[in-house]
Design a protein around this ligand. Sequence first.
Ligand SMILES: C[S@@+](CC[C@H](N)C(=O)[O-])C[C@H]1O[C@@H](n2cnc3c(N)ncnc32)[C@H](O)[C@@H]1O
Length: 133
Amino acid sequence: MNLAAGLDTRPYRLDLPASLEWIESDLPAMIEEKERVLGDAQPRCRLKRIKADLTDPAARVAMLREAVGSTTPVLVITEGLLIYLDDAQVRALAADLLAEPSIRWWLLDRLENRCWCIRSCEPRRSSGACRGF
Ligand SMILES: C[S@@+](CC[C@H](N)C(=O)[O-])C[C@H]1O[C@@H](n2cnc3c(N)ncnc32)[C@H](O)[C@@H]1O
C-alpha cells in the first residue's frame, strides 16, 4: 500500500505478479489528475486507488479499513509524505497503521533537521546556508 503515492507508477513498471494487490492513496485532486494522465494504461497487478486526506483522522482510519480489509500481510510505503505532516499527525498515522493487524511493515523516508555536507560526509545542523544543500 503506497500512501501519498503521487504520480508513482510502480504497478505499471515493475515485474509484479498479476495476483498482487497494490493499493494507492492520495488526496482526491492528485488521484483524479493521475487517472487522467494514465488514461487507459494497464497496471501489471491488481490496483486500487483510494482518495483520502491523511491528516483527517476519520478519513485516514476509514481509508485504511477499506484498503487492507482482509488482505494480509501488508507493506505500507510512504515516500515524501511525512514532511507534509506535523509531529502529532505522524504519530497518529503510526498509531493507525499499528492498529491494523494485517499491516506488517512500514517503509518510510525521513528528513532530519540537519543536512550532510557532501565534501566531508559529516552531518551538520541545518542553517539557512546549508538547508537543501
Ligand atoms: C513529494 S510527493 C511524493 C509522491 C510520491 N510518493 C513519490 O515519492 O513520488 C507528496 C505527495 O503527498 C501527497 N500528500 C500531501 N499531503 C497529503 C495528505 N494530507 N493526504 C494525502 N496525501 C497527501 C501529495 O498529494 C503528493 O502526492
